[in-house]
Design a binder for this molecule. Structure first.
Ligand code: NAD
Ligand code: ZN
Length: 353
């Protein structure tokens, strides 16, 4: 679990106080991995506490993190400084937070990041790392994984060393998120709840968090009476609780199939989940009905026909990626999931998207 967390509008201002006791020495910098959407945004960047050799890397979130990107950044950091950094701070959405987590792991573990995609393969504790979400929904701020696209697979580095040592939850940082993106990333949280609450891995721990996040999502995506500030606060807490819920259970059909879209077509996680979930009535009837209601209320038009012109071999790649995520299918449908989830079934579903 994340060991320390602060919450509140404006708490980003405490970052300097939080970090200064963690500085190892003047030659061991804090490295900030910041979404480049904030480049030139002095409202945010003027509050990043820089001293000594501290450095900001502005990174685009247009593409989801890749293992090669992690390895390049780690190499650059190792070459630039004589000492290991005092800490890595990720400021952005799931893309940037996952990059920060992966970099902090790879600074203390040999080899390439692709070698660690999987479960519990990391050997050494990561560098101190801090997550500051600027968009809510993925739960990446709280999870024990960092999802990376590698040469062979899109899969997380799941380990006890992955979670942040400190998270700064300041809902005010989400105020300028574009509406469509707000919906897609917010729905990631809603889908986490549906997949966790309807999964066979569910237990009392996950259920408690999942139900709270579900309740918050219903309120903030369907209630007209919330102020912007209330909605930002609630979505940040929903994301946290949704992430906690899947940390102790698993996601399901939407995520398995969305990983296939992401791997082949580069479709991003939030929108990909929405495109898939829209077609999953037979697996999650109530959740999908509510999703359609939310989509209509916020006037969201999802892309259509994404897979219509794909060749059989391209469809096969997506199907392979989806089927490789066995724990997700087992959570969704139980031990005998292979009886219902055939390659033909997945092809038919993909062709509807
Ligand atoms: P993102 O980080 O990809 O960002 C989406 C867009 O929103 C980007 O264009 C970004 O620049 C913009 N943005 C972010 N904050 C903003 C702000 N305050 N104002 C204006 N624009 C802003 O989006 P995401 O949905 O948070 O993350 C998706 C990624 O998270 C994927 O790579 C996915 O694999 C990963 N993920 C990880 C976990 C986990 O547990 N580690 C869970 C789910 C998803
Ligand atoms: Zn997700």
């Amino acid at each position: 679990m994340v060991s320390k967390v602060v919450f509140g509008r404006g708490c980003f201002n405490q970052l300097g106080d939080i970090l200064s006791p963690k500085r190892l020495n003047s030659k061991a910098p804090f490295i900030y991995i910041v979404d480049d959407v904030f480049k030139g945004n002095s409202w945010l960047t003027s509050r990043i506490p820089l001293s000594y050799d501290d450095k900001i890397y502005y990174i685009s979130a247009d593409q989801e993190p890749k293992t090669s990107q992690v390895d390049e950044l780690v190499e650059e950091i190792i070459l630039a400084y004589k000492e290991r950094p005092s800490g890595i701070i990720g400021i952005g959405g799931g893309t940037i937070m996952d990059l920060a987590k992966a970099i902090s792991i790879m600074l203390t573990n040999d080899g390439e990041s692709k070698d660690y995609q999987g479960w519990d393969l990391v050997k050494h504790a990561a560098i101190y790392h801090v997550g500051v979400p600027t968009i809510s929904g993925t739960g990446a701020e709280v999870s024990r994984t960092t999802v990376l696209t590698g040469p062979e697979k899109k899969l997380g580095i799941n380990s006890d060393y992955t979670p942040f040592d400190q998270v700064v939850l300041d809902p005010e940082l989400t105020k300028d998120v574009p509406k469509d993106q707000w919906f897609y990333t917010g729905m990631d949280c809603f889908i986490h709840c549906i997949e966790s609450l309807n999964g066979t891995f569910l237990n009392a721990f996950s259920k408690t968090y999942g139900e709270k996040a579900y309740e918050l999502c219903e309120e903030l995506f369907l209630d007209n009476n919330l102020s912007d500030e209330e909605a930002q606060d609630k979505l940040m807490m929903a994301s946290w609780h949704g992430g906690m819920s899947i940390a102790y259970s698993q996601v399901g059909v939407a995520h398995a199939m969305s990983y296939g879209l992401g791997y082949l077509l580069g479709t991003k996680h939030g929108i990909g989940n929405c495109i898939v979930f829209d077609q999953l009535e037979e697996f999650y009837p109530e959740g999908v009905a509510l999703f359609k209601k939310m989509k209509a209320k916020h006037d969201i038009n999802l892309p259509q026909g994404l897979c219509a012109n794909l060749s059989d071999s391209e469809l096969d790649i997506m199907i392979d990626v989806a089927l490789s995520l066995e724990p997700l299918w087992e959570n969704a449908l139980g031990k005998h999931w292979r009886k219902t989830i055939t390659r033909d079934k997945l092809k038919e579903l993909y062709l509807r998207m």
